[in-house]
Design a protein around this ligand. Structure first.
Ligand SMILES: NS(=O)(=O)N[C@@H](CCC(=O)O)C(=O)O
Ligand SMILES: [Zn+2]
Length: 323
């Protein structure tokens, strides 16, 4: 479990209980489903927040994914914060209510529960990043190098099983990644992807990143100058709200097989990666902010999340375009 000073973080059982509590507290706003199992058999939970949550209404959808990387536990708290904020405040806050009434919000609080549990299993942090799937030489696939667009194309991942950026044996070889893929694919209704916007939450460095990560070029196949301008404009607007630094993902470093590149290329979902607090740290300590910082560093993103939800019907509207 989490060591002292970190007991405010949710382990898998506590996270699951929190999700069940949200349903119990707000049965008319929240539904909970498993989109499948992790390698070790833990449920990959998906929460839907909307009015009439048991009905697939024709409302624009947004997706928030957290904890692809095991040690980035603050991201689980970020997803739980989003769930609480858009349910507990529904009755009292008209902006929250109109958002929930006009959108369908999907939250996957832990994409990598096996890795997260492994990281805390001994009571001392292990700085574990990957999932817990064995490979030919070691353990673990990096979920954020296992997505199927430009997988392994460009030196942005490793073919070595012991590497922290091991890309797996094939695209989608990690069961957790394959399940989130399947869920996203299932949101194509009548040939139209209902999910329009996405944030994948990570730590740390305080950055807002957008595709592509596989190339340094601002435009590339499937991402033209107009679309790049939308990514930049929305990214910069959100960064002005949370104080993170906005940049194309490849400006950080080249990544191939990342979730953002796939969400955009496969589905034209306006997909961002947020790297949360801290801005910098010595070594791996940056992955482990004390639990006293959770409230401030999750609510710090409230207005950025709200902006993306506001524009989820038509993200290009941020540049004055229509959809
Ligand atoms: N959270 S992290 O691993 O330090 N950074 C992310 C950045 C993701 C990206 O560049 O798209 C990654 O390398 O997967
Ligand atoms: Zn990460």
């Amino acid at each position: 479990d989490f060591p002292s000073g970190y007991t405010g973080y949710h382990n898998f059982a506590e996270m699951t209980a929190e999700l069940n509590q949200a349903v119990a507290d707000h049965p008319n706003l929240v539904s909970l489903r498993s989109i499948g199992k992790s390698y070790q058999g833990r449920d990959l939970w998906a929460v839907k927040i909307s009015d009439n949550p048991s009905v697939d209404e024709s409302e624009p959808e947004a997706l928030f994914t957290c904890n692809q990387h095991a040690r980035e536990h603050l991201t689980v708290e970020m997803c739980l914060h989003i769930i609480k904020r858009y349910t507990d405040n529904y009755a009292s806050n008209s902006a929250i209510k109109s958002t929930v009434d006009s959108r369908e919000i999907w939250v996957i609080p832990s994409v990598n529960p096996d890795g997260a549990e492994y990281d805390i299993a001994t009571g001392s942090f292990r700085a574990w990043r990957k999932n817990r799937q064995p490979n030919s030489t070691a353990t673990g696939t990096d979920p954020n190098r296992n997505w199927g667009y430009q997988w392994g194309c460009c030196g942005g991942s490793s073919g070595s099983g012991s590497s922290d950026t091991y890309r797996g044996t094939a695209a989608f070889s990690a069961p957790e990644v394959a399940r989130v893929r399947d869920f996203t694919n299932s949101r194509v209704v009548g040939g139209v992807q209902q999910i329009k916007s996405h944030i994948d939450w990570h730590t740390f460095s305080e950055l807002i990143l957008w595709p592509y990560g596989y190339t340094y070029n601002d435009t590339a196949a499937g991402l033209d100058a107009t679309q790049a301008n939308v990514f930049q404009t929305m990214g910069r607007r959100m960064a002005s709200l949370n104080g993170y630094t906005p940049q194309q993902a490849s400006d950080l470093y080249i990544t191939d097989g990342s979730v953002d590149d796939w969400m955009w290329a496969a589905h034209k979902i306006w997909s961002y990666t947020f790297e949360m607090y801290p801005r910098s740290a010595s070594g791996t300590s940056g992955f482990y902010p004390r639990d006293t910082l959770i409230a401030a560093q999750t609510s710090r993103n409230d207005t950025a999340v709200q902006l993306l939800l506001d524009y989820t019907d038509c993200v290009p509207r941020i540049t004055g375009r229509t959809c």
